[in-house]
Design a protein around this ligand. Structure first.
Ligand code: ZN
Length: 207
């Protein structure tokens, strides 16, 4: 069963600043929400500063659980099939919104294996990792994006969580200015295609 989730928010969500733009200090409000109860003992979590800001902390005797709120690794794939790139629309997204294949890792899973598993689960394609493109924070979701170029073979059979897909010539790709869009832009530049960013994720590039 796939554990994939959309990497990027639905249309209308605010964008993360361009690379190089200073991030505001501290955790943004969308990261701060948080668990109210201890997953180990069920006791209440209280804010406690361990030296890097307040973290939900369980003070029950013998427990001491701390919700560190570490970023969650997410693998993303630029899937190349017969020279074109597969972009997919999650069933929860509006028409015209396209993204990469993404997903969470299984316990103990190597990310290079996890990204190929996600590609297989979501598209039915058999892939091999051509290159690790980069590792970058996606601060809005407190995720760590591990992006790969995956060369795939086979016939596309989408999982139910994906509603549609397109195979796009590399030069025609329009990256989005958030999340995995920057990995896509980097990949285009490495091929001599200067990317023309969309204004925001979810804008219809007309594929
Ligand atoms: Zn506890």
């Amino acid at each position: 069963m796939s554990t994939s989730v959309p990497l990027t928010p639905g249309p209308g969500a605010p964008n993360v600043p361009e690379p190089g733009t200073p991030e505001p200090a501290g955790l943004p409000p969308y990261v701060a929400p948080q668990w109210r109860f201890c997953p180990q003992c069920g006791g209440p979590l209280a804010a406690h500063d361990h030296g890097a800001g307040e973290r939900g902390t369980c003070h029950a005797e013998g427990c001491g659980f701390v919700h560190w709120n570490n970023p969650v690794p997410v693998v993303a794939a630029i899937v190349e099939l017969d020279g074109r790139v597969l972009v997919a629309r999650n069933a929860a997204w509006a028409e015209g919104a396209w993204g990469l294949i993404t997903g969470f890792l299984e316990p103990l899973e190597d990310p290079a294996e996890g990204v190929l598993r996600e590609v297989a689960e979501e598209t039915g394609l058999t892939g091999r990792v051509e290159k690790l493109l980069g590792v970058a924070p996606f601060r809005r979701k407190n995720e760590l994006l591990i992006s790969y170029h995956v060369v795939a073979t086979g016939e596309v059979r989408l999982s139910p969580e994906l509603a549609d897909y397109r195979l796009v010539e590399p030069a025609r790709l329009r990256p989005w200015p958030s999340g995995t869009g920057h990995a896509l832009a980097q990949w285009m530049r490495e091929r001599g295609h200067e990317p023309v960013y969309l204004d925001h994720f979810g804008q219809d590039p007309g594929y």
